[in-house]
Each structure stands twice: as structure tokens, then as C-alpha cells.
Design a protein around this ligand. Structure first.
Ligand code: AMP
Ligand code: ZN
Ligand code: FE
Ligand code: FE
Length: 282
């Protein structure tokens, strides 16, 4: 069983349509793929239709933007009921604020001399939940930086960078409870990704575990081996399951689907905890 529990489509900042993501997951030899777009479920319907007849299993999910003690972090949520009101309203608030914040970042880039504009960013983002990677693509188009990754520096879009503007982000303990109340399973995404900015102390992870966190994403491209070992130990202490995932973004990042995978036993544990939705098997 090859299980990849974290992938983005163009419903957020990936470059594959949900249909293309499903086809690429099949081509990568995956048995299970999770669609985890930022703060939205808008790719579900297309992805679910695309798995029919492929043998691939689709786990529906989302990646919610959170912040605690001034530190931004991401919470993956799996198999929640997408129609449940309270968690839906929270996703809407975060996603809507991405527009205000996107415009503000573009303004800031222009002040700093980058010849990009909001129409261009909207064209790049399409219907997707707009984020810094779309603005990074605009900066690449404008010749300001060479790659999307090069836009995530202190000069431009990195956390705390010259053109970084904050968006509304949910308190993770609140988010964990919202996900559980919607029948979903919350998993802390890349908790040790320190290249992106500050990461939360272990005590915060312990507090989230007490609030209902289900798992930790340990095998991730942004974690080195010592970080993985430390997080695996912490998960064991706190009774959390451990996942591994690619965090695929199509051509916007270099990581490949299935580059990291989740142990079938951890996947079974996730399924056992989920009551909001069932995986869609093609
Ligand atoms: P946003 O959700 O708009 O705050 O943008 C955050 C997203 O930018 C993350 O989910 C990643 O997909 C992407 N990102 C963050 N750091 C980097 C980086 N160094 N290189 C490429 N993409 C990044
Ligand atoms: Zn992303
Ligand atoms: Fe993330
Ligand atoms: Fe992600």
C-alpha cells in the first residue's frame, strides 16, 4: 500500500487540476491520496469524479492555516463532513481574508519595485484559494526572482519578509475542536519545518494532543532526520499516530507525489477515528 496524505490541487496553490492530480497519483503508483487544499474543499467534487474506475482511493481533507503565540502553523484535517457549518464558516473566514491579504502583498511588492499586479495574480490563481505561492509565480513571471522558492526569502514573501502580510489564521486548539466536531481527524502538518520560520514548542503539541489532535506529519520534505526522530518520539509519548506525505504542489514545488508515504497501520488508525466522511474508492 502506497499512501500519500498531503497534496494540493489548483483549488489552492497546486498546479494540477483535481483531475490531473488523481491521474498523477495513479501514475505514481499510489493506492491512496489525500486532497488537502489550503482552507478549501472546492476540489472535492472533481477529484471524487476522477477516481472512478482508477482503483485509487481518495481521502478528502484540507490544510487549515493556524497561528499560536505569533507562530504560523498548518493543521491537516481529514474526512470531516464538508457540509458541517462551524468548521465550514471558519474555512470561509480564512479563505476570504486571503484576498485582502493577497492584494496587500501585491501592493507591498509594487512599492518594493516588483512590476506585478493583482489581475496577474488572479489569473495565476484562477479559482484557487489565493496564497503566497501564486504571488511567487507572478514574481517569477515578472523576472524578479528565478523560481517560486526564491520568492520565499526575507526580501520578499518569507514569514516576516519585506512583503509578507499576515492573514487571518485560526487558533489551532479551536481548529482541532472544530475538525473533531465535524467528524474529522486533525493532524499537525510539518511541525518541524523550521526553514519556513519559527516552529511551535513541544508543549504546544502536547496541549493540542490534549485538545484532540490525532497525529503528527513526520516524514516530510522539510524535516531532516534528527527532526523526524525527535517528532516520532514525541508522537509516541503523546499517543499520536505518525504520517508521511509529499505535500505535492505540482510544478510549484519540486517534491514528487509519493516521495514520502504513510504506514498502513497509521492510515487505519486515521480511518478508525473519522466519522465525518468516508474515503472515495475508484
Ligand atoms: P500562504 O498559505 O499564502 O501563507 O503561503 C504559504 C505556502 O507557501 C505554504 O503552504 C507553501 O505551500 C508555500 N511555501 C512556504 N515556504 C516556501 C518555500 N520556501 N518555497 C516554496 N514554497 C513555500
Ligand atoms: Zn501550499
Ligand atoms: Fe503546509
Ligand atoms: Fe501543504
Amino acid at each position: 500500500m502506497r499512501i500519500d496524505l498531503h497534496a494540493h490541487s489548483n483549488a489552492s496553490d497546486g498546479t494540477d487540476s483535481p483531475t490531473e492530480l488523481v491521474a498523477n497519483a495513479v501514475a505514481a503508483g499510489l493506492d491512496v491520496v489525500a486532497l488537502t487544499d489550503h482552507d478549501t474543499v472546492s476540489g472535492y467534487r472533481e477529484a471524487a469524479a476522477a477516481v472512478a474506475g482508477t482503483g485509487l482511493t481518495l481521502v478528502t481533507g484540507a490544510e487549515l492555516s493556524c497561528r499560536v503565540d505569533g507562530i504560523s502553523m498548518h493543521l491537516l484535517a481529514y474526512l470531516f463532513d464538508p457540509a458541517e457549518r462551524a468548521f465550514g464558516a471558519e474555512r470561509d473566514l480564512v479563505r476570504t481574508d486571503r484576498f485582502r491579504r493577497g492584494r496587500a502583498i501585491v501592493e507591498r511588492c509594487r512599492e518594493l519595485g516588483a512590476p506585478i499586479d493583482w489581475e496577474q495574480v488572479q489569473r495565476i490563481a484562477g479559482q484557487g484559494s489565493v496564497g503566497r505561492p501564486h504571488i511567487a509565480s507572478a514574481l517569477v513571471e515578472a523576472g524578479v526572482v528565478a523560481t517560486v522558492s526564491d520568492a520565499f526569502t526575507a526580501d520578499w514573501l518569507a514569514n516576516g519578509g519585506r512583503a509578507d502580510v499576515r492573514k487571518r489564521e485560526t487558533d489551532p486548539a479551536v481548529a482541532v475542536r472544530l475538525v473533531r466536531a465535524a467528524g474529522g481527524v486533525p493532524v499537525f502538518a510539518h511541525p518541524g519545518a523550521d526553514k519556513r520560520g519559527r516552529t511551535v514548542p513541544d508543549q504546544v503539541i502536547a496541549d493540542l494532543a490534549a485538545a484532540g489532535l490525532g497525529g503528527l506529519e513526520v516524514d516530510h520534505v522539510d524535516h531532516d532526520e534528527p527532526t523526524r526522530a525527535r517528532l516520532r518520539g514525541l508522537a509516541g509519548e503523546l499517543g499520536l499516530f505518525v504520517t508521511g506525505s509529499s505535500d505535492y504542489h505540482g510544478s510549484r514545488k519540486t517534491v514528487r507525489l509519493g516521495e514520502h508515504t504513510t504506514d498502513p497501520a497509521a492510515y487505519e488508525e486515521l480511518l478508525a477515528q473519522a466519522t465525518g466522511a468516508a474515503p472515495v474508492t475508484g
